[in-house]
Structures are given as C-alpha cells and as structure tokens.
Design a protein around this ligand. Structure first.
Ligand code: GRF
Length: 201
C-alpha cells in the first residue's frame, strides 16, 4: 500500500477531505504523516483527532531552508512516503526537494491555472471580474503554480457571489477534486507527457 504525506500550513480542510475519502474507501492508501510549518495551524488538531502522525516545524528554528527541509525528508524517508500532497502549504519547496520526489508531489490551487497564481487567487479572480474560476490539481515543479495540470474544474461566478460565498464554493469543489485526483494517481492512471497530463481510462 502506498504511503501519503500531506503538507499543511493552516485550516487543513483539504487534509480532512483526503482523510475522510481514505476512510470511506475511495482509495487504498495509508495517510502516514502530516507535515506542518506552523505551530498554530488547525490542521494539527485535525491530525491528532485522526491519530495521524504529525511533524510540526518552524523554519525559524533552523539555520537554513536546506536544513529545515532535510528534517522533513528524514521523516518522509522514515515513513516510506510515496506521494506528497500539498494542501494549503504556504511555502515553496527547494528544487532539490522537488527533484527528490519528482512527479510525486501534488498541489491544489483555488483557481483555473494559469490564471490567478499566488496566494490570493479567489480574491484576485473576483476583483478581476472573471465570470468563471475554479480549482486545479497539478504536479509541483520548481516554479510556483506552474506544474503539469492533472484535473481542473470550473465554477461560475454569480453576480451575488461575495468573497466568502465564492470561497465556500471553491472549498466544496476542492474537497471533491483532490481525493479524486489522488485516487487516479494511486491507480497509476495519471501519465505525464511533457507538460500535458493524460488520464488513462
Ligand atoms: C485551499 O484553498 C487550497 O487551494 C490552497 O490553500 C487553501 C487551503 O485550505 N492551496 P485548507 O487549509 O485545506 O482548508
């Protein structure tokens, strides 16, 4: 069975959705570890209630990002992690890290990439006035929010949508899309061809 590590920085609602999907039998994998870069993240509490091991680190306790990530890698190796799912992890990974886990790191982004990259994607889409936005799950490469796209699903923006309402709709979609994507990956149905990802039947 494959071992998954989920990286969080905050609320952890996607972490929860992945755990719930796994518990419901949507896919067959072991969620072996939650890695968190903030001692204040609600995700820590969630992992504790699910009895999932956590590694909580503060980058300020390390002299470099290399040594901070070395600590993470040590834990990933200890738990034989096959797949890393970034779920609201607000930190870029070093190229050396990404290379080590090449094509085995996924991320979820609350917009239709390549539109609205970055930290404020929902707000940015609203203020730009686009009529549709959505959710993207993609492989992580060395640049932010640019890796090969695995799944994408749109959401219509209604005139009545406030940031809060749209955020709720996006999260609801994220919680369905991320587990689906993990299932496809675990079943070996996700094939990368250059920058295009093909989903096998
Ligand atoms: C999500 O909107 C995700 O797309 C983005 O960060 C947010 C994390 O939310 N990368 P949560 O911590 O999973 O609730």
């Amino acid at each position: 069975m494959m071992n998954i590590a989920i990286f969080c920085s905050g609320n952890g609602s996607n972490f929860q959705a992945i755990v719930d999907a796994s518990k419901s039998g949507l896919f067959d994998a072991n969620i072996a570890l939650m890695v968190c870069d903030s001692k204040k993240a609600d995700a820590i509490e969630r992992a504790a209630s699910e009895e999932i091991k956590t590694l909580v680190l503060d980058i300020k306790d390390f002299d470099s990002k290399v040594s901070y990530e070395a600590e993470i890698i040590k834990a990933l190796e200890k738990h034989n992690i096959d797949l890393i799912c970034l779920a609201g992890y607000m930190r870029l990974l070093l190229p050396s890290f990404i290379n080590k886990y090449k094509n085995r790191i996924l991320n979820i982004h609350p917009a239709l990439l390549p539109s609205f990259k970055g930290m404020h994607a929902i707000k940015d889409a609203l203020s730009y006035g686009v009529k549709q936005t959505g959710v993207t799950v993609h492989f992580v490469n060395e640049d932010m929010d640019t890796g090969p796209i695995i799944l994408q699903e749109p959401i219509i923006i209604e005139d009545s949508d406030t940031e809060k309402r749209l955020t709720a709709k996006i999260h609801e979609l994220e919680h369905r899309l991320y587990p689906r994507c993990i299932k496809l990956f675990l079943e070996g149905k996700v094939k990368i061809e250059g920058r295009t990802v093909r989903i096998l039947p």
